[in-house]
Design a protein around this ligand. Structure first.
Ligand code: TXA
Ligand code: MG
Length: 379
């Protein structure tokens, strides 16, 4: 068996969302070290709805709010805060459990990769490898409403779940003073999608955030209405810099700095109004080199097993390697483990990675979406 990356330790913030009844704790999962009664069938079904009775604190921007925000983030909690573009819903970029919770709170149908917000260019360079174009754009537009997508560095702390397993990471240095204070106080990258329910419009006031996410997140920092009101422009810093999403910095300004036109993303890029360009279509999502076989009900010789739950499969004893996304069938835990485990199993030399069925509910839908992408097109 290969080694398993550890899960985040339990935190006060993560405890709050866990009155869903699940409790069994064979691993160090933040969500379940609660000593609650063992899971019942019905509770398992309900778990996928984030507990809507979480008390969401709303604080006016200021020193106390910044301190509370940094503490909440460090504890694995979710904090909505103003940026100059729209309100973001922040989580510790290095904490997969917090990120899984973020996807749950937003009700994201799939794990769209998130933007890592950092305090300055030096912090950005720790997570992303900038070429000359990226450096020029950063110098010209940061802090500000521009997001750069660039290859991850070796030591990039941003969790695979936040980058949807891509080898690239989206980074931005926001200009809003409250966002900057929070980033400075927290001290690490903060992933933050717009602080609205998936499919709703992006929030430009704390009241918008409250109406979508009250009861689902820990803290809202109210810094008044935001300035820009549309999301950041996203530029992919690949061989040819590419406009991935129009936004707060006009294309012309970017092209002026680059001294050339931005490339257009491929036509097959999927689009919808909330996310004009789905990156899954632009750069292939993480796909293991090893063939992936879904809905496995047994393990064949030479196969590795990506398990879910406690159900045993025939042939399991001879598996090349076994990693269990969540022994207690917790989809948030499974989401947090997904990309890391796929990568790990990809290095075992197994002929195929057999994947046990994952329920198509809650985060299971996104997990299955990513697994299907990993499985298609492999010989
Ligand atoms: O202004 C903004 O950008 C706001 C504030 C909160 O900073 N954030 C925001 O995040 O709009 P979100 O999650 O709504 O949009 C992030 C976009 C998505 O379209 C996602 O697909 C893209 O960034 N993205 C993230 N990582 C990427 C990557 N590695 N490659 C390509 N696109 C990426
Ligand atoms: Mg959004």
């Amino acid at each position: 068996m290969v080694g398993v990356a550890g899960f985040e330790p339990a935190t006060p913030a993560s405890r709050k969302q866990c009155s869903t009844g699940l409790s069994h704790t064979p691993t160090r999962n933040a969500a379940y070290s609660l000593g609650l009664p063992p899971p019942q069938e019905a509770e398992l079904r309900n778990f996928f709805l984030v507990n809507p009775t979480l008390e969401t604190l709303i604080l006016p921007a200021g020193a106390a709010a910044v301190t509370a925000a940094a503490r909440t983030l460090a504890a694995g909690g979710l904090v909505a805060f103003p940026t100059e573009t729209v309100y973001g819903l922040g989580a510790d970029a290095a904490n997969p459990a917090a990120i899984a919770r973020l996807y749950q709170a937003k009700g994201r149908p799939a794990f769209n990769p998130l933007i890592a917000h950092v305090g300055d260019l030096a912090a950005a360079r720790k997570i992303a490898r900038f070429d000359g174009d990226a450096e020029r754009l950063a110098a010209a537009f940061w802090p500000g409403p521009l997001t750069l997508v660039a290859p991850k560095t070796e030591g990039c702390v941003v969790a695979d779940l936040a980058t949807a397993g891509l080898d690239t990471v989206a980074v931005r240095v926001p200009a809003h003073p409250v966002a900057r204070d929070i980033l400075r106080a927290f001290g690490g990258p903060v992933v933050a999608p717009s602080a609205n329910l998936s499919g709703h419009v992006s929030p430009t006031t704390a009241a918008h955030v409250e109406s979508d996410l009250a009861g689902l997140i820990d803290l809202i920092v109210d810094g008044g209405p935001v300035e820009v009101g549309v999301e950041s422009t996203i530029v992919g810093c690949f061989d040819q810099p590419m406009l991935l999403r129009p936004g707060g910095v006009p294309r012309e300004d970017i092209e002026r700095v680059l001294g050339r036109a931005l490339a257009q993303p491929p036509q097959e890029a999927e689009s919808d109004s909330a996310q004009p360009l789905a990156p899954g279509m632009l750069a292939s999502h993480y796909a293991p080199r090893t063939r992936v076989r879904l809905n496995a009900d047994g393990v064949a010789p030479g196969e590795a097993l990506l398990a879910f739950g406690l159900h045993r499969l025939h042939g399991e004893a001879d598996a090349v390697a076994i990693m269990n996304l969540s022994a207690k069938s917790d989809l948030a835990e499974a989401a947090a483990n997904l990309f890391g485990y796929l990568r790990a199993l990809d290095t075992t030399g197994a002929r195929t990675i057999a994947v046990m069925p994952i329920p198509e509910e809650g985060l299971g839908e996104a997990i299955n979406d990513r697994l299907r992408r990993a499985a298609v097109g492999r010989a």
